[in-house]
Design a protein around this ligand. Sequence first.
Ligand code: HDD
Length: 690
Amino acid sequence: MTSDDRTEKDRQLDGYRVDQRDSVLTTDQGIPVDDTDNSLKVGERGPTVMEDFHFREKITHFDHERIPERVVHARGSGAYGFFEPYDDSLSLLTRAEFLSTPGLRTPVFVRFSTVAGSRGSADTVRDVRGFATKFYTRQGNFDLVGNNIPVFFIQDAIKFPDFVHAVKPEPHNEIPQASSAHATLWDFVQLQPETTHMMMWLMSDRALPRSFRMMQGFGVHTFRLVNEEGLATFVKFHWTPKLGKHSLVWDETQKIAGKDPDFNRRDLWESIERGAYPEWELGLQLVAEEDEHAFDFDILDATKIIPEEQVPLRPVGRLVLDRNPDNFFAETEQAAFHLGNVVPGIDFTNDPLLQGRAFSYLDTQLIRLGGPNFPQIPVNRPIAEVHDHHREGYHQMLIHKGRAAYHPNSLDGGWPAPAADKGYTHYQERVEGHKIRKRSESFRDHYSQATLFWNSMADWEREHIIAAFRFELGKVDALHVQEGVVRNLNEVDHDLAVQVAEGIGVDAPGPPITPNHGRSSPALSMAHEPADTIATRKIAFLVADGVDASHVHSVMADLVAREAFCEIVAPRGGAVRGVNGERVPVTTALPTTASVLFDAVMVPGGEESVRALSQDGDAVHFVTEAYKHGKAIGALGAGTRLLEAAHVPPGSEQGVLASSDVDLEGFLASFAAAVAAHRFHRRPIAAVPA
Ligand code: HDD
């Protein structure tokens, strides 16, 4: 990146960066330290003396290094980048400059997360993923605190502590970690049918993203855009990944959780380090104020989507992440998102989930970051100027000059003064009513959209959903809870409920109260993703001594030209010997990796290499397991014999490409197409022992 490409936020952070190269060690007071390996003692064998200020300071700081983890979304990773609108067309609808100034690159920090697990939990668990974006706009910070699923578990924020207590590890034994497969969550779910739609998404492959870079993001709520005239338009925010939406399969995710618990974090970090910058398109669904009631659901209900077939996405700009943080704690851990951070031109609606969130996020930072001055932490600081009458508090970093920390004042010239027409003006919505604790009748239908989701799935997506329900409910040790969930599922789709019931061994339900309405929304399925790129897909080349190096070079050159990431995997590290004595450097040794960490496998030829691999259980398992997980497998020349050893049947329609080397060009094109297809879900794998 040249210095000209740097965002204003990046330049602001320079003032806080500390480069310790060529520096001597000092205390926090700047006193040079000559020895940090031995405490100050009376004689070589002690005792240690209290006056050792370096010892005291070092231990004290260490003792205080931890802060509370986030109460939800504790595990996450973040990156910086920018947002850029395509044109100025939104200027008619919103005062938000960052959405409508062509060429204006607004710096962003994005943090992706899981929800239920604690800070050290595995990345690939079945869970919702957080997708929180802080836009450092010239009009102040706007935080879009979204998820990778467009609906939520509950309709009213007052239910959030109940829901989170149910999904988190159970309170008596703190089991299970980072998993919804336990009785308390499903007990809550069966008693709170508003969760049904979200549970359909959670049991789908959406909860198992292959990469943060390959998942959608959603603002979830209906917000408002407000223009210069004060006129509002309802809006839903959608992030669509440039690399397409892709998921892992459940068996794979469980294995990755052990092999590489940092799988998604590493993927984000490495792709940015390699210059393959993740990118999303921002799309908006816009609904005129007068159409608020034009739908058969309430647009203020966060358990509902607006089907894209009804209100198509309007593409408005792109988000690019191009820089990893320098320090995880300072930046990612201390990043404080707040749904209440909006800029002029973006406003709230009366969605009761949204209104409650607007309280919770500020509140939580006070305990997590230790006081009201957390907006001064570098990652949280706006690039817009900040002037206020707030004073003091823990960790105050600013030296406010002047006498008058109040408004109005005459002693400091009345400054800082209200911004008049440049200020944030709340949308002047007319509201009236009785003060009541009640849910709107318009929020009552909990099943129609769950059915819409189910109806929109491809057959393999449905199989995955059924398997997920069977797994999760199979872990529930209370029969009445299992039965309660099946009863709810029956109102989604009878066949779904019957299949889940059969799998967990409870009685199949009778006919539902309301039969399946038969409608679908193709946009909800991941089966229609274009298979047009293999960029950043990880491909393992399985090799041993005696490999045909020309196969390695020609196939790898082709895949790299298509922007794939290739690694040479061999029984040991270092290098292997090619068939003509050449040195082929090894990227990863088999004992340190596994097929689950790759998207595809390539087996080059070379009699000796393939013979060795066929007798190596790890190598054979690598191929068998990749087959089981639906991944593209290629083999050239003698390499095809490793597929035989792994009992993998060749067949291009199932993504297994074995070639005798005659038509390399044809092989390369078909292999790339198979990798781009991501997964082959129709393979007969029931009996595959991997
Ligand atoms: Fe939340 C964190 C997303 C409902 C209360 N939430 C948090 C994060 C994301 C979301 C992505 C992590 C931010 C980060 O990376 O630091 N939350 C959502 C979405 C919701 C939602 C999309 C529904 C549409 N959340 C929600 C409700 C409440 C909260 C209803 C409370 C009434 N959420 C919090 C929190 C957290 C949080 C307790 C924990 C850590 C934090 O805020 O900073 O305030």
